[in-house]
Design a protein around this ligand. Structure first.
Ligand code: M6R
Length: 610
């Protein structure tokens, strides 16, 4: 969603800001803007569309080159269309106060009406503009005092950076519900909504907490709470470098991230399997053996791809640990008053650690007194910090909007967690050791799937011509069918539905004909015979068939010649290997259709509004 960058230091701010915006492009946006501050005032340029349009505008019109302080923004439209006028930064009437804002100001109409009555004029349809006017209305000589007063009036969510023409070497930053990270460099301070915009300059960062306000200048970062009391926030070192967020010779981030999966899985698993005890070491979980043994129910809350990983986890927890498990769409979780108790372990799963609905589910679970843990990829993210306990994925930064390596690492971590819980309940040491040895082989199996890429690319050609298709799965591969359909639709814009294979004849089969391909997950797993029957039903309606099948299994060859081979492995590993094949399929279909794979239309990498 929206992205923020701010800079105050000794370098020319404009270049730092535009490069920072480019690092945020992956998050999804529809317009952008930049403002720089000099002794002569604030200069703003904004453009609808891509950052490239902003850059061209800046090159054409110029901006004060000597400015060493500025703010910039990529906007994902909520209030008002994606136009130049609605792009950030926004100014007050005097042009002396500028704001960039992520989040939603819920009381903006009330504030705007009040300000209008006091003579303010508004230039945009956004909720954000009201912040600049509000700061101006409180300004009586001191920027920080006015900013604090204005921020206290706001209801809703914000990550915000404010600038003032009267104090052009200072930025004021605050957060409530939208992430803000501050980068501390040599005689320079950066601020952003995502560390990707900062890491080219410094890896020393501070994450703001809700209701923190920071006053930034080139050599200082003074953090206070909303009541102006100084607060101490820990400085962290980002453990990856610029290379991790560059394409490394691949055409797209998505392809790079698909190909990184053997290494990402290796990192997710490394040091976490105890082969002697036949269990997993997941220290971040912070639960004693007694607490683990007392867990009698699992609840998983997540969105999108992370929810599909949770659905795979449901099979693991029930099968291995014999724990009743329920998977909730996180947006639904808190509104249906879930039944939780101190024996329930609630797991929230999120790649970004910033998804608003998942965060709300976490807060609800904490309030109801159950055990809570988070499976998160982004270190230091809001969900990771608020959960306090959990397991990092260690998948490395995921830039492509379509989640790939995060999904497979989530599944691998869920399997290790199920192993740990199973050993706390009924699983024997030998059974545990056997499964641990299989999990260790996961990176090797994923390499074998990646070798299928050329075959998958050739199958993708026909699918790319379809307008609509179905993904069918059963058992462990049912959530993978849902994930395969999600992947295809989000990056190729082909309408794709994921269904349980048995459910097809309860309605959707009415849609099948020669123009509606079916991608069926027919791996050699329990239930395969029934799946083959379901595929026959699709063949009878003349649907073109694409299959995933276990390497060496010839039982499905009569049904189609479009078969993607999945290596034979422990059945519990097949959601990972099969999902990778479907990621490649979606990627090559989208590529054949000439789609913008890394930044699909209307989508954002992390969804920070409900
Ligand atoms: O960061 P999260 O895992 O919480 O994000 C959840 C979903 O928004 C995300 O998985 C989304 O569905 C992806 N675009 C799927 O590729």
């Amino acid at each position: 969603m929206c992205g923020i960058v701010g800079y105050v230091g000794s370098k020319e701010a404009l270049g730092v800001l535009i490069n920072g915006l480019r690092r945020l492009e992956y998050r999804g946006y529809d317009s952008s803007g930049v403002a720089v501050m000099t002794a002569d005032g604030i200069s703003v340029r904004k453009a609808a569309g891509k950052v490239q349009a902003l850059q061209s505008l800046v090159e054409r019109d110029g901006l004060p080159p000597a400015a060493t302080c500025g703010i910039a923004h990529t906007r994902w439209a909520t209030h008002g269309a994606p136009t130049q006028a609605n792009a950030h930064p926004h100014l007050d009437d005097s042009g002396n106060f500028a704001v960039v804002h992520n989040g939603i100001i819920e009381n903006y109409e009330l504030l705007r009406n009040r300000l209008r009555q006091a003579g303010h004029h508004f230039a945009s349809e956004t909720d954000s503009e009201v912040i600049a006017h509000l700061v101006a209305s409180f300004h009586d000589g001191d920027f920080a005092t006015a900013a604090g007063e204005a921020l206290r009036q706001l209801q809703g969510t914000f990550g915000v950076v404010l600038a003032c023409a009267h104090e052009p070497d200072k930025l004021i930053v605050a957060r409530r519900g939208s992430p803000i990270v501050i980068g501390i460099g040599e005689n320079e301070v950066l601020v952003a909504s995502d560390v990707a915009a900062i890491v080219a300059h410094t890896r020393r960062v501070i994450y703001l907490e809700d209701n923190d306000i920071a006053i930034l200048s080139a050599g200082s970062c003074d953090i206070r709470d909303l009541s102006n009391v100084p607060v101490d926030r820990q400085m962290l070192e980002v453990d990856w470098d610029l290379g991790a967020i560059e394409k490394g010779g691949c055409a797209h981030y998505m392809l790079k991230e698909i190909q990184e999966q053997p290494e990402a899985l290796h990192n997710a698993i490394r040091g976490r399997l105890d082969h002697d005890l036949g269990t997993a070491r997941l220290d971040g979980l912070g639960m004693t053996p007694v607490e683990l043994a007392q867990v009698d129910r699992m609840v998983i809350a997540a969105c999108g791809t992370s929810m599909h990983a949770g659905m795979v986890g449901e099979y693991y927890f029930e099968d291995l640990a014999h724990l009743v498990t329920e998977v909730d769409q996180a947006a639904e979780f808190r509104y249906r008053n879930p039944i939780l108790n101190p024996r329930t372990l609630v797991l929230v799963i999120s790649q970004s650690g910033e998804t608003a609905d998942t965060l709300a589910a976490l807060r609800e679970a904490k309030l109801k007194g159950s055990h809570v843990a988070a499976l998160v990829n982004v270190v230091g993210s809001t969900i990771a910090r608020e959960a306090g306990r959990g397991i990092y994925l260690h998948a490395g930064p995921e830039i492509g909007v379509a989640s790939t390596k995060a999904f497979t690492c989530q599944v691998a971590v869920l399997l290790m967690l199920a192993l740990k819980l199973a050993r706390s309940h009924r699983m024997t040491r030998d059974q545990g050791a056997e499964l641990a040895a299989e999990i260790e082989r996961l990176p090797e199996y994923t390499r074998l799937v990646l070798e299928q890429a050329p075959a998958i690319e050739s199958i993708a050609g026909d699918l790319a011509k379809a307008r609509s298709c179905f993904f069918l799965g059963r058992g462990l591969l049912y959530p993978v069918a849902l994930e395969g359909a999600l992947k295809l639709k989000e990056i190729s814009y082909i309408h794709a539905e994921g269904y349980h294979a048995a459910e097809l004849k309860h309605g959707p089969i009415a849609l099948l004909d020669k123009d509606v391909p079916v991608i069926a997950l027919a791996n050699d797993l329990p239930g395969k015979e029934k799946m083959l029957g379901n595929i026959q039903e699709c063949c009878a309606r003349r649907s073109p068939i694409i299959l995933t099948a276990t390497d060496g299994d010839r039982s499905c060859e009569a049904l189609t010649d479009k078969i993607i081979r999945i290596p034979r492995s422990h059945p519990l590993l097949t959601p990972v290997t099969t999902a990778i094949a479907l990621q490649l399929l979606a990627y090559h279909v989208a590529r054949a259709r000439g789609c913008e794979i890394d930044q699909p239309r209307n989508l954002a990498k992390s969804v920070t509004v409900e």
